[in-house]
Design a protein around this ligand. Structure first.
Ligand SMILES: Cc1cc2nc3c(=O)[nH]c(=O)nc-3n(C[C@H](O)[C@H](O)[C@H](O)COP(=O)(O)OP(=O)(O)OC[C@H]3O[C@@H](n4cnc5c(N)ncnc54)[C@H](O)[C@@H]3O)c2cc1C
Length: 453
């Protein structure tokens, strides 16, 4: 184990191996894939040593930062899991508005560092998600409509390739790695050990408002949301949740709008008027009030309880929002009782293509989360998701690679990218990782292209 302290390696059969394997995944694990070894490096040199070990044993490598990918895409049967959880350093240069972060630093930890300095970043919507996988997938974070997907704020990165070489990448050095790091997600052909992030000044104010409607009013609510979405300020973000809550046994529609007034704006957001022209009587109205990133995280974290089984599906569609809401409500009727929910959004902007692997398209999107706590409930949840997959089979135009289910068909990695971006991602993967050392999700490649088991 050259270059690796004994404590940083656990092999199959070692004491504690199974617990370590299970705890790699944020969601409760329902998965038999067993790596031959799990290495938890303390620094970049140990990452290099771990890759040397993998090459010597001819193991494939799965890279894990925070373990949030829904299909545990890093879990490689018979290979090596590189668990980067110790690479969670953070350094802030407030004057230059830059952060240098390890991939295991979480969204919440970055917020804690930035708040006292009056700085901000389009962090992900949940506090515990690690920046590594979030940024590589593109990073749909808070205020991403205005600040852009989080990966577009990555200014440089340090990457270890499968042959152990260490590269620095930015706009001028190895720019193809920066292009990949902005959206290739689990298809990234290397290990990122450090990101340099461009930071934003704290918004002048963050305001949040929430209104809940009964499901019977969905047509009126859908038309209202469609109109609001196209007239919203670019720094306002709106999400719609279909769920059953404790007070209402029936499904309800919760609309949450958050305004991030830019530091140099003359006035706060226009959320004040949000609750004044409601399309139907509301079950609950929480008027606009000031919030912090911590408040936003607390709110979203509560949707995703820990210690549960999860399966997710996400679709970007060409549907108008009102039509998507109607169809989603019908699909939600069959959701198993409990905490499963659907999250819908509108893409209100005419996005120009980015110079990045990230190439998600679509007019509206819906993310579906099946959540259950007892193994026996899994079948019912699976049947629900299957009906959702069937419905969207002809309606999806794209999928967000960060939340796509790449363990179950019929969709593949290709469905998350434009044709040109997919071709470039695949070409760069073949060039930078010629032996396919890094494992990708089981359904990354089209079957015709030959999946390495
Ligand atoms: C509760 C919850 C909330 C979420 N909210 C959001 C959200 O608001 N916005 C959003 O965009 N996404 C969101 N996601 C999706 C999330 O961004 C992705 O699952 C992402 O992969 C998580 O990062 P991770 O490092 O924890 O993932 P991991 O599961 O550790 O990694 C996923 C894959 O990314 C690659 N990878 C990770 N780190 C590295 C690295 N350092 N070098 C090379 N490859 C690496 C590997 O291929 C790995 O298999 C959410 C997920 C969950 C569970």
């Amino acid at each position: 184990l050259k270059g690796l302290p004994a404590g940083s390696v656990k092999a199959q059969g070692d004491d504690g191996f199974e617990d370590l394997r299970r705890n790699l995944s944020w969601a409760r694990l329902e998965d038999d894939r067993r790596p031959a070894a799990i290495v938890t490096p303390a620094d970049r040199d140990e990452v290099v040593a771990a890759l040397e070990l993998a090459v010597a044993r001819d193991w494939q490598v799965g890279v894990r930062s925070g373990g949030h990918s829904w299909g545990s895409s890093f879990l490689v049967d018979g290979g090596l899991v590189l668990d980067l959880s110790r690479l969670d350093s953070v350094e802030i240069d407030a004057e230059a508005r830059r952060a240098f972060v390890g991939p295991a630093l979480s969204n919440g930890e970055l917020v804690d560092e930035l708040r006292p300095m009056g700085l901000a970043f389009p962090v992900g919507h949940c506090s515990e998600v690690a920046l590594g996988g979030f940024l590589l997938a593109g990073g749909l974070g808070w205020n991403s409509r205005y600040w852009g997907p989080a990966s577009m704020s990555v200014r440089s990165l340090e990457v270890v390739l499968a042959d152990g070489s260490v590269l620095q990448a930015d706009e001028s050095r190895n720019p193809e790695l920066l292009w990949l790091a902005r959206g290739a997600g689990p298809g990234f052909p290397g290990v990122v050990t450090r990101f340099e992030l461009e930071l934003q000044p704290q918004p002048r104010a963050i305001e949040m408002t929430e209104v809940e409607f009964g499901i019977d009013d969905l047509d009126a609510v859908g038309a209202w949301l469609e109109a609001r979405a196209t007239s919203m300020q670019s720094w306002t973000e709106m999400e719609v949740k279909l769920a059953r809550n404790a007070e209402h046994a029936e499904a309800t529609i919760t609309v949450t709008a958050v305004g991030f007034s830019p530091a140099d704006a003359d006035a706060k957001s226009d959320l004040g008027g949000f609750e004044q022209d409601l399309p139907a009587p509301a079950l609950r109205v929480d008027g606009a009030s000031e919030a912090s990133f911590e408040d936003l995280h607390r709110c979203t974290d509560s949707f995703y309880p820990r210690g549960h089984f999860y399966k997710a599906e996400i679709f970007a569609t060409g549907l108008e929002f009102a039509a998507l809401l109607r169809s989603s409500a019908e699909l939600f009727e069959k959701a198993p009782p409990g905490r499963s929910f659907m999250l819908l959004g509108v893409n209100a902007d005419d996005d120009a293509p980015l110079d990045a692997a990230f190439s998600l398209s679509g007019r509206s999107f819906v993310a579906c989360y099946a959540i259950w706590s007892e193994e026996r409930e899994g079948e019912e949840c699976e049947a629900w998701l299957e009906s959702i997959r069937g419905f969207f089979a002809t309606k999806q135009v794209s999928r967000y690679v960060g939340e796509a289910n790449l363990r179950e068909g019929p969709w593949h990695g290709r469905d998350s990218f434009s044709a040109a971006a997919w071709e470039r991602v695949q070409g760069l993967r073949a060039q930078l990782d010629p032996d396919s050392r890094f494992v990708v999700a089981p359904l990354w490649d089209d079957p015709a292209e030959g999946v390495r088991a």
